[in-house]
Design a protein around this ligand. Sequence first.
Ligand code: NAD
Ligand code: MN
Length: 493
Amino acid sequence: MTVNFATEFTTSKGDKLSFNTGLFINNEFVEGAGTIDVINPTNGEKICAVQAAEEAQVNAAVDAADKAYREVWSKTSARERARLMHKLADLIDANVDEIAKIETLDNGKGIAFSKGYDIPEVSKTLRYFAGFADKLHGKVIETEGKLSYTRHEPIGVCGAIIPWNFPLMMAGWKLGPALCTGNVVVLKTSELTPLSALKLAELVKEAGFPPGVVNIITGYGHIAGEKLARHPKVGKVAFTGSTAVGRLVMKAAAETNLKKVTLELGGKSPNIIFDDADIDQAVAWAHKGVFFNHGQCCCAGTRIFVQEGIYDKFLERFKEYTSKTKVGDPFEQETFQGPQISQVQFDRIMGYIQAGKDEGATCFMGGNRLGNSGYFIEPTVFTDVKGSMKIMQEEIFGPVVAVSKFKDEADVIEKAHDTTYGLAAAVFTQNITRAVTVANKLEAGTVWVNCYNELDYNTPFGGFKQSGIGRENGEYALDNYLQIKAVKINVEL
Ligand code: NAD
Ligand code: MN
């Protein structure tokens, strides 16, 4: 039976969007074992249903990838791989309007951000990594009587499991380094945001990638994700998501074929503001640091520490600045904050807000639901917090921040490190020596100085402590997709 998975959807603004709802395996859209309803977070209504992969479809995708690797991709020149990646980037750029609208519809992020940041970042990432394709070479090592050279070889089939907060950008972060290094991919999108990657799938085919090189499947995490993480033919899995699920992925790998695992996990990042900071600059970045993407950022600066001397002034200005946050319809150009991703996340966040109040913190501003349809929450600021409180220890993943006071450098370093996470941190000061000293001391994979949330495809990103293993982006990302072979030649007579 042939099924037509092409779908059209008309947005509230009258835009017609088209995308497929099948599983993308071997460059075809195929049927799954069931379906998953895709919900519009702005109003809670169903957009469409997509196919859901279970074991049989995961196996089919991995088999397609494996065959493509052995028969085609491993014999494809680096230059050709790069050409295809550039072609895909061109197609993304040419379709940026529609892809951005699909992302905004499905995820709820402001159109200004999906169009101005997320989607362009995907094509930039692909282009950046395409440039490496023909520059991946080993070393020559001479020892007495032996000549060795190293080859940087691909792993083969790489699984990628991605979250819903930056759906297409996370796909790009995985596809870029995987493809340029000569690997093939089975990418599982989040069941909450499958649509933009399904649009990407159409473009993968249009770009001319051989069937099976890029497979994109939608499915529930504990079914499709888990099967991918356990699959014996998958040589590596790159996971972005929560620390709890990251643990499961690592365990699945350990219990099966010891596939290589990279993990990009959660965070509870400290944002440190010293007395000598430019206060207006600090306020603006601290706001972006926590409320960007509705607080749904792994690196969100959710614990703001302000030095005693400017604490009151900071709080007053932060409140004033935050009260101007434009929350509402993500299809409005000026919207900064749209809805949270789902009812489940909405309930979790409201639960954390309640926990903050119950544990004795002061809800300084916000704390309530906004409107009565969709998953909107007011930007929320807590004060009078203690390090041991739930809202200071657990990742909330919503527009909720805790602001507290510190005395001096030693005091704030101790407070900043009172977490199991180590994804990011920031320091605001005009004193260069202090900036560098504190940046060096902080246990975090990224430290921003006088800015926040500045991520780039050419700069490594990843976690210390329980925020992850391995790095994405930049040259460092390549290591995770290559294995080194040493060839030793006897040159003794
Ligand atoms: P999640 O862990 O619930 O899901 C992530 C992905 O894993 C989804 O595709 C899901 O379907 C899949 N999954 C769920 N259970 C699985 C299982 N048992 N086996 C295999 N796969 C499974 O995370 P989420 O709610 O989608 O995303 C939010 C989390 O992601 C936050 O903790 C956030 O900090 C983190 N995150 C981290 C980064 C980073 O780069 N460090 C970036 C974005 C998001
Ligand atoms: Mn959705």
